[in-house]
Design a protein around this ligand. Structure first.
Ligand code: ADP
Length: 535
């Protein structure tokens, strides 16, 4: 999702209390054993009010979950979780490493024999309980997402509904793991195919969808009978921990779902090296995904990767302008541009270019920037200072090479990690901003002449996750959809993700699919049974 150059580690967490990048603040030792290790003195009133409510509802967990027990880091270390909109320290959570991860793997391994042998109905009903609980706590989970991730509350509550829908869908799919009977080549033999869970799954997730990225992985894993060790992003662990608390309440047995967070490299290494972990499922940057894939080679694990995109959004002369503006706006500016399916290049045909850029810029100008908890805000802050610096450098590179700023182009007057919604025209595909994911509220617009040229530009990248086209021609819709080297194509639509459809990429955007009936395959082994002497 974020390129190598800007891939962060927890050692580089921006500290809002000093206007510089702090190398040490986030990994400080903390031997305090206060129940939650919260630091209320550093919070604004608003954050404090929400945190208090979450605490009293039991949803603000700050320890890891190993074998059904909330567990501190063995050396007592903690890591701060910040609100990117205000800099408030929301909580300090356990900063774990290799030893805790090994124990979490053992718990998942031990729990597998029981969980995998439950009937599909039994697993299904516990998943459905979890789904119900997630929805019952939609508001609180939404607030937690906004607090630690920054997205507007409405979007955050939408993410809870979206995430929960995967748990519901896979609760249903649990009952449909069918095998096959193959017509035999010999009359005294019977040939069967069974589908069985792969075993312990490691799920490593990013910060941009703190709940949904977990639900998309854990839903099918548990439905198939696998057990999991989740490693959420250190930037947004609180939502993962709250979801885990609800999983416990829903009757998912101890050890089936474990959560560790802290030192990403140590945890990642322990997960990849363990022969007990049979599958890694990861959403995040292409650079880290490649490392995990290489790490998984030694123990020949199954690997699912949902990596970075570089989505083209192609607006043809024959598009309905209003539909194209609405769709492009939605796909570009959702989550302030911080999704891997966000339009990264808006390709506009020359006949409609002027009209489109004018109307699009007008629409972007109306987007309200602010704290995600405030009414009417549609653009929250970026996740941290490093993300803003990346956006700044991409914009600077484009402008220095001849692109034209049509709107915005600098940090927002609100300060912190807020960036102005920005439109840049006359972008060329060679510019950094068109080559890599900008992951921010910046819309680069490129001009093209012919359909062939648009397809060529669109496919001229190593990524292949999502693409969008806007046209009123049915023939062109098919032609271009088929020619695009992408796993997902939106035609006259900018928001395409749903639990019932397969999500995943071509080329270096990843391996495997999440959601839909295809999302089960990644968590299943196929076993062929040949029975002889049956004549
Ligand atoms: P992004 O830039 O979108 O955060 P990352 O790939 O850096 O993407 O992070 C995605 C997830 O991968 C996070 O949970 C992060 O902590 C984790 N991660 C980062 N580096 C490693 C690593 N070397 N091994 C395992 N997990 C890692």
């Amino acid at each position: 999702m974020i390129t190598t150059m800007f891939a962060r580690t927890i050692h580089r967490r921006f500290s809002f209390h000093h206007s510089s990048i702090s190398l040490s603040n986030s990994l400080r030792g903390n031997n305090s054993h206060s129940p939650t290790n919260l630091l209320p003195r550093e919070m604004s009133m608003e954050t404090e009010r929400i945190v208090d409510r979450l605490k009293s509802s039991g949803l603000l967990q700050t320890k890891g979950l190993i074998g059904g027990k909330w567990t501190d880091a063995y050396d007592g270390k903690t890591i701060e979780v910040n609100n990117p909109a205000s800099g408030d320290v929301i909580a300090s959570v356990a900063c774990m490493g290799e030893r805790e991860t090994k124990d979490a793997i053992s718990s998942a391994y031990d729990a597998f024999s029981h969980w995998s042998k439950l009937t599909a109905n039994d697993r299904s009903s516990r998943l459905r309980n979890w789904y119900n609980l997630l929805l019952q706590h939609k508001e609180e989970l939404g607030q937690l997402i906004t607090l630690e991730q920054g997205k507007p509350l409405k979007e955050a509550i939408g993410e809870v509904g979206y995430g929960a829908s995967f748990i519901e869908f896979f609760a249903e799919e649990a009952k449909r793991i069918y095998g096959d009977i193959i017509p035999s080549t010999l009359s005294d033999r019977r040939l069967f195919v069974l589908k069985q869970p792969v075993g312990v799954v490691a799920a490593i997730t990013p910060w941009n969808f703190p709940l949904a990225m977990i639900a998309r992985k854990v839903g099918p894993a548990l439905a198939c009978g696998c057990t999991v060790v989740i490693k959420p992003s250190e930037l947004t662990p609180l939502t993962a921990l709250a979801a885990a608390e609800l999983a416990l309440q829903s009757g998912i047995p101890p050890g089936v779902l474990n959560v560790v967070m802290g030192d990403a490299i140590k945890i990642g290494t322990a997960l990849t090296e363990s022969p007990q972990v049979r599958k890694i499922t990861f959403t995040g940057s292409t650079a880290v995904g490649k490392k995990l894939m290489a790490g998984a080679a030694d123990t020949v694990k199954k690997v699912s990767l949902e990596l970075g995109g570089n989505a083209p959004c192609i607006v043809f002369d024959d598009a309905d302008l209003e539909v194209a503006i609405k769709g492009s706006l939605a796909t570009k500016f959702r989550n302030s541009g911080q999704t891997c399916v966000c339009a990264n290049r808006i390709l506009v045909q020359e006949g409609i270019y002027e009209k489109f850029t004018k109307a699009f810029s007008d629409a972007v100008q109306n987007l309200k920037v602010g704290n995600g908890l405030s009414e009417g805000v549609s653009q929250g802050p970026l996740i941290n200072e490093a993300a803003v610096k990346k956006v700044e450098s991409f914009v600077e590179d484009a402008v220095s090479k001849g692109a034209k700023l049509l709107l915005g182009g600098k940090r927002h007057s609100l300060g912190m990690s807020f960036y102005e919604p920005t439109v840049i025209g006359d972008v060329k595909n060679e510019m950094l901003i068109a080559q890599q994911e900008v992951f921010g509220p910046v819309a680069p617009v490129l001009r093209f002449k012919t359909e062939e040229e648009a397809i060529q530009i669109a496919n001229d990248t190593n990524a292949g996750l999502a693409a969008y086209i806007f046209t009123n021609s049915i023939k062109r819709s098919w032609r271009v959809s088929e020619a695009l080297e992408y796993g997902i194509v939106g035609v006259n639509e900018g928001l395409v993700s749903t639990e019932v459809a397969p999500f995943g990429g071509f080329k270096q955007s990843g391996l495997g699919r999440e959601g839909s009936k295809y999302g089960m395959d990644d968590y299943l082994e196929i076993k062929y049974i040949c029975m002889g002497n049956m004549g």
